[in-house]
Design a protein around this ligand. Structure first.
Ligand code: SF4
Length: 335
């Protein structure tokens, strides 16, 4: 297996594959492990304050305890305000830190320069990068189909939609293997009966830290038909062109990817999708101690559908209070 490189959010992973390396999304490794709480405790024992977001603590401990991770790409602009300090701590522990920045104003030239700097640092070139970009076209097209099967026919559940889209941040470290698994999954789902949840929900914000969120909503007769950020990881804005990939196409794709830029670009996407998918109500998930909680102010003003803001802190099942809030919201929408 090629050398692994940790990522803390979606970055142009085409460059990583082109350099002959394998990306590992540390968020996924943390939350899908069988002991996420252990990672939080490790970080807290090391001195991370209680009032620091659970994802940051999880990434820290996973990076340190994964003997196969020696380098991490740090998104210094466009992701998380805690990244700088996190990377300093990881660097102190001997992990090689490679910076990457999404320009705040989505400037084309600056973004292209960042991609090229990453290529230089990892030892990749445009030829290999575009080859990887081309190889990702198939899984990205399949993910667009999967997403449509969630909101149009209900053949793919909100949970499966979430799982597949989240994994597309690194394609599980193996583009071909991921594509094969996804093909098989969709083959089965294309023959499955249609399902129509009585209450159609949109989920916006970062992926939830709860472990039974989607299952609980299903038990209430509600289905998530839109996973905002997870869908962005799959690059729904890629052109789907059948010709050879081009440099301009790839840069443009990462300009149109909404997550690292301002909230207004995200809001355009959110509003278009909740209208197109017939969403009855929206759940805005926020993480305790995350600066993105401030954006709830703007989301509440702009999103016209009924909206419930939920907060999660540590990995694990939903607590009783959150369950009651979800139940009341779904009941209100059902009426
Ligand atoms: S939830 Fe917020 S604070 Fe936590 S890692 Fe993500 S952006 Fe950073």
């Amino acid at each position: 297996m090629s050398t692994l490189i940790g990522i803390t959010t979606t970055v142009p992973s085409e460059v990583i594959y082109a350099a002959g390396l394998t990306p590992v999304d540390l968020n996924n490794r943390f939350i899908t492990s069988d002991r996420p709480e252990h990672y939080l405790e490790t970080a807290e024992r090391a001195g991370f304050p209680r009032n620091i977001c659970g994802w940051i603590k999880g990434i820290y401990a996973v990076a340190l305890e994964s003997a196969d991770i020696k380098s991490v790409i740090a998104v210094t602009q466009g992701d998380c305000s805690n990244t700088h300090a996190l990377m300093e701590v990881l660097q102190y522990h001997g992990i090689d830190i490679i910076p990457f920045a999404f320009p705040y104003d989505r400037d084309y030239d600056l973004l292209r320069m960042q991609i090229e700097k990453l290529m230089e640092r990892l030892g990749a070139d445009w030829e290999g990068t575009l080859k990887a970009h081309q190889a990702m076209r198939r899984p990205r097209a399949l993910l667009a189909e999967l997403d449509e099967m969630t909101w149009r026919s209900g053949r793919v559940s909100g949970l499966d939609n979430h799982r597949w889209l989240v994994e597309s941040s690194d394609f599980g470290g193996d583009i071909g293997g991921y594509t094969e698994r996804l093909e098989k999954f969709l083959d089965e789902k294309r023959r499955a009966p249609e399902r129509r949840p009585r209450v159609r929900l949109g989920f916006i914000g970062i992926p939830p830290i709860f472990t039974d969120f989607y299952e609980y909503l299903e038990s209430l007769g509600a289905g998530v038909v839109f996973n905002e950020i997870q869908r962005q990881f799959s690059m729904p804005c890629s052109t789907g062109s059948s010709g050879p990939s081009t440099e301009a196409e790839m840069v443009e794709q990462y300009r149109r990817y909404t997550y690292p830029y301002d909230i207004f670009l995200r809001l355009e996407d959110i509003m278009r999708e909740i209208a197109g998918r017939g969403v009855h109500g929206v759940i805005h998930y926020t993480q305790s101690f995350c600066f993105r909680q401030i954006q709830d102010l703007l989301i509440r003003r702009k999103v016209e559908a009924p909206l419930l803001t939920l907060e999660g802190d540590r990995p694990g099942p939903l607590d009783a209070r959150t369950k009651i809030r979800l139940e009341t919201f779904v009941e209100m929408l059902r009426r």
